[in-house]
Every structure is written in structure tokens, then in C-alpha cells.
Design a protein around this ligand. Structure first.
Ligand SMILES: [Zn+2]
Length: 213
């Protein structure tokens, strides 16, 4: 997208100064966002898919356990399945050039019994929030109202992420390939914006028809 408005140009300039996502952040996400699997056979042999260490379980009905070799928390799945896939969107909240920035990183892990797990990460979406939020005392009522309206997106950040996942198909990427992770997130965001426009359009239509009566 080519930046057109003053605000968009400002963001493009600021985004050049945005720090890279560090390896430590990605490492943290791999450890904490992904559900690590311990595959259990019917005979009670558990294999950690993180380090491929295997041992026999004495307690029969534990849902989670700690791998004795790599000390990672595992979810035990009693199955004959040998491959597993888990993915999550990591959100990093940061500040840059006076803006608040939400950066979304797609984290994926493919696990296969007998092989080292394969990890993949890619930054897919950034959300930039302008600092003009708090109403000033000197502002007129109209200005206060206007600023309050601009402030609202900040309070709505968390629900936006959840809704994108539950209602706009961001909970799973159905497209194959590395580039398509980005496309999936972009389309989810596009659908979100279109729905917002439609809502505005309907309210605008409704207001005008009322006015013309
Ligand atoms: Zn392990």
C-alpha cells in the first residue's frame, strides 16, 4: 500500500526506526506459546517431541508432565499419530517515535516423532496507535468528544485480537507456504475493516433517510 495521508506517511517514516524482533523474544514464544507434546503409546511409553527422549510413565492419568531430559512442560496425548502441528500469534506491545505499536508474529511448530521439531516465525501485522488520546481541559465539548472517540481503539485492542481469531478466521491458517501466512492475516484484517465500513455505511444511510422524512 502506498502511503497517502499525512498520518500514513508519518507511520512509514517511523516504521523504519522500529527495532527488529529479537531472538530472545522468539525463543520465549517458542517456549511459552506453543503447546509441546508428549506422545504416549497404549503401553505407556511417552516420547518428548521436543528432544525425542522417551520413558515409561508410572502414573496413568496425568494430562501434563515435565520432560526429565529437557525439563519442558508437555501435554500428554495418547495417540498413534506421529506428526503434530501447533501455531499461535504472538503480540508484542512496544512504543516507537511516540506511537504505540502492536506487532503480531506468527509462530508455528511442526513436530514429528524421531525428528527435531521445526520452528517457523514471521511478523504478519503491525498496528500503530497515535498518541492523541487524553482530552485537555481547555478543549471544547466537541473536541473532547472527538478525542474520546479516537481514544476508544486503545481500550478495544484486546477484543479486536480475540474477534479476529474467532470470527475472522485468524485462528488457523488454511493457506500453504510461508508468504501465505501474511496473506491470511492481511485478509482477516481486511474483512474486519470492511465490516466496520459497512456498519458506518448503514448508520449513515439510516441517518439520511430519517433526515429526509
Ligand atoms: Zn524433552
Amino acid at each position: 500500500m502506498k502511503p497517502k495521508t499525512k498520518f500514513q506517511k508519518q507511520i512509514v517514516a517511523a516504521s523504519r526506526k522500529l527495532a527488529k524482533i529479537t531472538d530472545a523474544q522468539i525463543k520465549w514464544a517458542y517456549k511459552n506459546c506453543i503447546e509441546h507434546i508428549g506422545q504416549k503409546t497404549s503401553k505407556g511409553l511417552i516420547t518428548c517431541l521436543e528432544c525425542n527422549h522417551s520413558w515409561t510413565d508410572k502414573e496413568k492419568k496425568a494430562e501434563h508432565c515435565i520432560c526429565p531430559n529437557c525439563k519442558i512442560k508437555l501435554k500428554i496425548e495418547e495417540t498413534r499419530k506421529r506428526t503434530f502441528l501447533d501455531y499461535e500469534y504472538l503480540c508484542i506491545v512496544t512504543a516507537c517515535e511516540g506511537f504505540q505499536v502492536l506487532r503480531f508474529v506468527y509462530i508455528e511448530c511442526k513436530m514429528k516423532k524421531g525428528e527435531a521439531p521445526r520452528y517457523f516465525d514471521m511478523e504478519v501485522v503491525q498496528r500503530w496507535i497515535a498518541p492523541n488520546g487524553k482530552p485537555l481541559k481547555a478543549d471544547s465539548n466537541y473536541q473532547k468528544q472527538k478525542k474520546r472517540r479516537k481514544f476508544r481503539p486503545r481500550a478495544a485492542i484486546e477484543p479486536v485480537n480475540a474477534h479476529l481469531k474467532s470470527d475472522f478466521r485468524m485462528h488457523e491458517n488454511y493457506l500453504c507456504g510461508e508468504r501465505y501466512v501474511q496473506i491470511n492475516a492481511l485478509l482477516s484484517a481486511t474483512a474486519w475493516n470492511l465490516k466496520k465500513w459497512m456498519k458506518n455505511l448503514i448508520s449513515w444511510l439510516y441517518n439520511t433517510t430519517v433526515r429526509y422524512k
